[in-house]
Design a protein around this ligand. Structure first.
Ligand code: ATP
Ligand code: MG
Length: 421
């Protein structure tokens, strides 16, 4: 008998589902106010998409992907993130024909073969957004404002926003020279992977999780001392927009998200309430991505946030979730199953959550179930009630009773607080 799911996966049980739904619904509502539309892409893609779209010098591609050959011997990968798939879809369906910026969001599961721990799963959930087609700082600010508003709408308080600019292709080349020189002088302290990165993509070294690499990178030259005038102006304008919105941020030159196609603005939202896995959201401008995937050069910027980590932060901060929903009414039967079941059914047709017994239980047992269900009201229907078309409806919190008619319309009106009798 198989009684345990694969390592790094988690079932979301009914007892927790309303928290998840609250987070997801809030994210969707926030997306709506910023004018982003949902896009859904497949769980698996051609492996090459992520090799190119995420970058083959990243941890994600080098170590973490769920890759397998399908029956026709094609290399397939379960998506480790959303951006590459959305970019593929944008190209495949010519979404660039739409007026810019094309604003998309996604709410997906992702798969990474990592060492499972709090806030780090092998199957996890991401909500993310992308804006394509415009390279103005206003779009950078809008994306950051979207993420920031989402966290505010969820009631999260302690998130720190850290931003940086990692320049464009041109200024990055200058920076890389200075960085390589520095890293070579400290190469004895770098891990094996970082030795490779040093040659292929030195900025990835700044993002390595290995503690010794972190120490070695601590005094590396800052990208902000190397960006060109155009990139500096873009960064200054982005900050001005954030100031204008009243969104607080720190400037953190150590954020690199060092993929080749990342350009200019990069950012992270970090929580100090949940320990090591504190990065709740990451994002940045990726003006080179669409070109990398074979399209004409198209600017873009996005963010992705992990729902498991959001939930951890909300729980750590005792953020109030909306109260769990409960049935409006429990209808108990005293020898009138058919009448009770049809009233229950009719109320449900009216969009009202009604419950009744399906197991032929005694009245006492039914009332116990009514209590347990936390229904707001209860009613007992026996021969007399059916005959007179009336019954006492009981407020389960106060114990107060009131006589009402028990046809569907009357009960529905009562439950909706509409005028009675
Ligand atoms: P980390 O540095 O924690 O490994 P990352 O840089 O790999 O994060 P991104 O690829 O930027 O993460 O993904 C965006 C967000 O997705 C992260 O900020 C985090 O909230 C979430 N996330 C990433 N990997 C996992 C995971 N294995 N389990 C749960 N959430 C994750
Ligand atoms: Mg990671």
């Amino acid at each position: 008998m198989i009684t345990k799911g694969p390592r790094g996966t988690a079932d979301i049980l009914p007892s927790d589902i309303e928290k998840w739904q609250f987070i997801e619904n809030t994210a969707k509502e926030t997306a709506k106010t910023f004018g982003f539309k949902e896009i859904r892409t497949p769980v698996f893609e051609h492996t090459e998409l992520f090799q190119r779209g995420v970058g083959d010098t990243t941890d994600v591609v080098q170590k973490e992907m769920y890759t397998f050959n399908d029956k026709a011997d094609r290399s397939i990968t379960l998506r480790p993130e959303g951006t590459a798939s959305v970019a593929r879809s944008y190209l495949e369906h010519s979404l660039y024909a739409l007026p810019a910026p094309v604003k998309l969001f996604y709410n997906i599961t992702c798969y990474r073969y990592e060492k499972p721990q709090a806030g780090r799963m092998r199957e996890f959930h991401q909500f993310g957004a992308e804006a394509y087609g415009l390279d103005t700082p206003a779009v950078d600010a809008e994306i950051i404002a979207f993420a920031s508003t989402l966290f505010k709408n969820l009631g999260i308080k302690d998130l720190e926003l850290n931003i940086n600019s990692i320049g464009c292709k041109e200024c990055r080349a200058n920076y890389n020279k200075a960085l390589i020189e520095y890293l070579k002088a400290h190469s004895d302290k770098l891990c094996g992977t970082c030795h490779e990165r040093l040659e292929k993509n030195p900025m990835r070294v700044l993002d390595c999780k290995n503690p010794e690499c972190k120490v070695a990178a601590a005094n590396a030259p800052s990208i902000l001392d190397h960006i060109c005038d155009g990139c500096r102006e873009h960064f200054e304008e982005t900050k001005k927009h954030l100031d204008n919105f009243g969104i607080k941020y720190n400037i953190d030159p150590s954020i690199v998200r060092g993929l080749d196609y990342y350009t200019r603005t990069v950012f992270e939202f970090v929580s100090h309430s949940i320990g090591a896995q504190g990065t709740v959201c990451g994002g940045g401008r990726y003006d080179g991505l669409i070109e990398e995937l074979g399209g004409t050069p198209t600017p873009g910027i996005g963010f992705a946030t992990g729902l498991e980590r959001i939930l951890l932060v909300m729980e750590a901060q005792n953020v109030k979730f909306p109260t769990e929903s409960v049935p409006e009414i429990y209808i108990a039967s005293l020898g009138q199953e058919t009448a009770v079941m049809s009233l229950c059914y009719e109320l449900r047709q009216q969009g009202i959550w009604a419950e009744c017994d399906l197991a032929g239980k005694s009245l006492k047992a039914q009332m116990k179930n009514a209590d347990r269900s936390q229904a707001k009201y209860s009613i007992v229907i026996g021969d007399n009630e059916v005959e007179t078309n009336s019954a006492n409806i009981k407020d389960m919190t106060t114990g107060e009773k009131e006589e009402i008619k028990i046809d569907c319309a009357s009960v529905a009106a009562f439950l909706r607080g509409e005028v009675l009798k």
